[in-house]
Design a protein around this ligand. Structure first.
Ligand code: NAD
Length: 433
């Protein structure tokens, strides 16, 4: 199939490359010229394991190309996939301006029948609005499909090539056969729904996963007070097939470009039809507060943070990505700076992106994890990168000025800590000192 993917970000680039990998002819379009020039020169503008190699393979194989020229890409293809961003507006609603601009341009560029699939996460009813908008700009027939994306950054390629399910939301029979043919090499688990249900499946899924995270974080907070261990509790809960083990890892809460904005958007979607989504509001509130446990634990040990040097390991919202959008590290570091602390931060891949978001005279970015830890009054682990887990704690102890370790991701075990003199706080597990 000849496919144009509009929006070459974390979703569009990975989807485009994977569709090329399974034999389609794909042209990835973005209006950001620097991204396209970078890709045309064989470089990759984002960090995603395995992506660079797969891009190279498919470009060399003649199945994948990159352009800023949307009209030519649309005219040359039969399926157009929209994967532009839908970030949050200040009131929590999804900002559809990128989608609207792209849809208008697609409408003007059409030269015959097309299937237009929306992969961006959009509020219920958006696909229908986009259809009306495109209709205003073209005389040619087309079908709209809602094909929400469920990939996770950090494992985006395997998630795309082996998805748990594909959702295809349509309101006509015509595009179904072609869309099934496109996705069948990926999975047999394909659910064809109406468009509004497809749009809702995406929000409901993310809201449910966010709920699981906030739930286990609240259990962790209670565990700390009653002397139970949340890791054991989560393992015990996860053995129950009705619950399952995933998304039960206590920590500093979720971040990233999806859960925070999609939960806020679903609260708004419900509010727009006079429904107060009380449960989801609490999920968001719990998540927002969870990150401040890091500050509370630091203050418990150091009392005043003014003039103290705090090392931060991990800036990305999760490991194996350079994405820092809505990373809990942003607010944690801002709070430390506002309390007068000196912050030394390190992340193996997300540092440049983070620096673009946050600079401050008391914030130093370090080139290694050891540099960040050196002479600090405390070390806070915020992202569970493997290199942190593998660090020798006895060596780490010699680097810090004060052996205080606040582990926001439960990365270290009692055995690892046994031969050290660390004062160790984790999440929902007994403190060791
Ligand atoms: P992103 O910000 O990384 O990429 C969006 C890209 O679209 C940018 O490169 C931007 O330049 C481009 N763009 C914007 N307007 C354009 C236009 N008119 N023409 C061409 N290109 C245009 O966003 P993302 O993280 O890839 O997310 C895209 C969508 O997928 C969002 O709706 C998001 O909620 C959803 N989603 C994201 C993830 C994820 O893990 N990132 C997972 C599932 C779903």
């Amino acid at each position: 199939m000849k496919i144009a993917v509009i929006g070459t970000g974390y979703v569009g680039l990975v989807s485009g490359v994977c569709f090329a990998e399974i034999g389609n002819e794909v042209i990835c379009v973005d209006k950001a010229e620097d991204k396209i020039v970078c890709l045309q020169n064989g470089k990759v503008p984002i960090y995603e394991p395995g992506l660079k190699e797969m891009i190279h393979k498919n470009v060399t194989g003649g199945r994948l190309a990159f352009t800023t020229d949307l009209p030519t890409a649309v005219a040359a293809t039969e399926l157009i996939i929209l994967a532009v961003g839908t970030p949050s507006l200040p009131d929590g609603q999804a900002d559809l301006s990128y989608l609207i601009a792209a849809a208008e341009e697609i409408g003007r560029a059409m030269n015959g029948y097309k299937i237009i699939a929306i992969k961006s996460t959009v509020p219920v009813g958006t696909n229908e609005k986009i259809r009306s908008l495109i209709q205003m700009h073209t005389i040619y027939p087309f079908d709209i499909a809602s094909i929400p994306e469920f990939l996770r950054e950090g494992s985006a390629i395997s998630d795309t090539l082996n998805p748990d399910r594909i959702i295809i939301g349509v309101d006509h029979e015509e595009p179904i056969a072609e869309l099934l043919e496109l996705h069948r090499p990926l999975t047999d688990q394909i659910l064809v729904t109406d468009i509004r249900s497809a749009e809702m499946i995406k929000y409901a899924s993310n809201a449910f996963l966010a709920t699981k995270i906030s739930f286990i974080n609240e259990i962790a907070n209670i565990c700390e007070k009653v002397g139970a261990d949340v890791s054991q509790v989560a393992t015990g809960m996860g053995y129950d097939k009705r619950i399952g083990p995933s998304f039960l890892r206590a920590g500093i809460g979720y971040g990233g470009s999806c859960f925070p904005k999609d939960t806020e958007a679903l609260i708004q979607i419900a509010g727009n039809v006079d429904y107060e989504f009380k449960l989801l509001k609490s999920v968001v509130e719990v998540n927002r507060d969870q990150r401040f446990n890091i500050i509370r634990k630091l203050e418990l040990e150091l009392s005043d943070l003014k003039g103290k040097t705090i090392a931060i390991w991990g800036l990305a919202f999760k490991p194996e990505t350079d994405d820092v959008r809505d990373s809990p590290a942003i607010e944690i570091i801002q709070t430390l700076l506002s309390r007068g602390a000196q912050v030394k931060a390190y992340d193996p891949v997300a540092q440049d992106n983070f620096r673009r978001q946050l600079t401050h005279s008391s914030l130093t970015y370090c080139s290694t994890a050891e540099d960040a830890a050196a002479h600090a009054d405390a070390l806070c682990l915020l992202t569970e990168w493997k290199e942190f887990r593998e660090m020798s704690l006895t060596r780490l102890e010699t680097l810090l000025r004060n052996p205080l370790l606040i582990d926001g991701r439960n990365q270290f075990s009692e055995e690892q800590l046994a031969s050290t003199s660390f004062i160790y706080y984790s999440v929902g597990r007994p403190n060791l000192s």
